[in-house]
Design a protein around this ligand. Structure first.
Ligand code: AMP
Ligand code: MG
Length: 317
């Protein structure tokens, strides 16, 4: 079965997507971070089908996507700092992990049985239009088989998951290109649970310095797998030049790069290109990909996080 790829700007496509979602189906949608695979967050059977389609471990909870703060407050209890962050950065690439409200309708499976819930309001107009037309929260993890490279274009979704999807909404290439930044709380103290598309510095301007929980801490995010975002080819980081059999993914002034994440050294451009370029080099059949050093600041923190996980030996399906 081939999933139709329809323009997300077409109101008829949004209506058809809503009807698929109401029937418990899966729809791929563009967000500003990466393409997501959406299901009705309140429908346990739809959420189970989503985990099965991705081969995602069930202990890894999903993010519920909402139109904004009003919808989010029916699902999760906001503390004053969380509200301030949502007001500053939503819609946008920021996920907040907060206690579920007592009558939270999100499927237990989507939350992996936790008492907290991850919520985000995506900025992409097609994602906003779909959630609004659906009228409720959608879970939408990246639309790729679990552990693989995240999709940043509609055709990447088709390459990886197509037979499991009712429809792919096309919204062009993702502008940010890495997943959302995830912030949780220990009491009122904010924690950086995942580096992502909203730079730490922007959040810290509001919160002050963010603590990063140790991976073994119960406060750490359950889904931060060591191996993730991985291409087939082996990755070698901090490379100055390629070795025999390797492609070279450059940055800034790198010489002899097969592809350069950003010749100008712009980290926003590099983040937007990261997953598409990894896919492209992987598809060329090389045995390894050497990657130039990326400055560990701004969106460089999220890029380096993804590269380190992509380079880690695979320990999951
Ligand atoms: P993904 O949708 O694959 O981009 O990942 C969602 C991220 O949010 C994963 O790292 C999850 O572990 C994290 N997450 C989702 N729900 C929670 C939660 N209740 N507590 C902590 N982290 C969460
Ligand atoms: Mg993912």
């Amino acid at each position: 079965m081939t999933a139709p790829i329809l323009s997300g700007d077409n109101p008829a496509a949004i209506r058809a997507a809503v009807s698929l979602l109401r029937d418990g189906g899966l729809v791929a949608l563009p967000t500003e971070t990466v393409y997501g695979l959406a299901a009705d967050a309140t429908n346990g059977a739809a959420v189970a089908a989503l985990y099965a389609a991705k081969g995602r471990p069930k202990f890894n909870p999903l993010i519920s996507h909402v139109t904004g703060l009003e919808m989010a407050e029916s699902l999760a209890r906001f503390n004053p700092l969380a509200r301030k962050l949502a007001e500053a950065f939503w819609p946008g690439p920021l996920t907040l992990v907060l206690p579920r409200t007592p009558d939270c309708p999100i499927s237990e499976l989507a939350g992996a049985g936790l008492e907290t819930l991850a919520v985000r309001a995506p900025a992409h107009p097609v994602a906003q239009a779909l959630i609004k037309a659906f009228g409720g929260p959608l879970v939408a993890p990246s639309a790729n088989p679990s552990g693989g490279v995240s999709p940043t274009q509609a055709r990447h979704v088709a390459e990886g998951l197509e037979e499991h999807i009712g429809m792919i909404l096309d919204g062009g290439p993702c502008k940010i290109g890495v997943e959302s930044t995830v912030i949780g709380f220990d009491g009122d103290k904010p924690l950086l649970l995942r580096k992502g598309g909203l730079a730490r510095e922007n959040i810290e301007a509001i919160t002050g310095p963010l603590a990063v929980p140790d991976a073994a801490s119960p406060k750490a995010s359950p889904g931060m797998l060591k191996s993730h975002y991985a291409p087939r080819a082996r990755l070698r980081l901090q490379a100055v030049s390629p070795e025999q059999g390797e492609a070279f993914l450059g940055f800034s002034t790198s010489k002899n790069a097969d592809l350069n994440l950003s010749p100008d050294g712009n980290l926003l451009e590099a983040a937007a290109n990261l997953f598409a370029f990894l896919r492209q080099l992987d598809a060329s059949g090389v045995s390894g990909i050497a990657v130039a050093p990326i400055p560990d600041e701004g969106l460089g923190e999220a890029i380096n996080d993804r590269l380190q996980r992509a380079a880690a030996p695979g320990d999951i399906a």
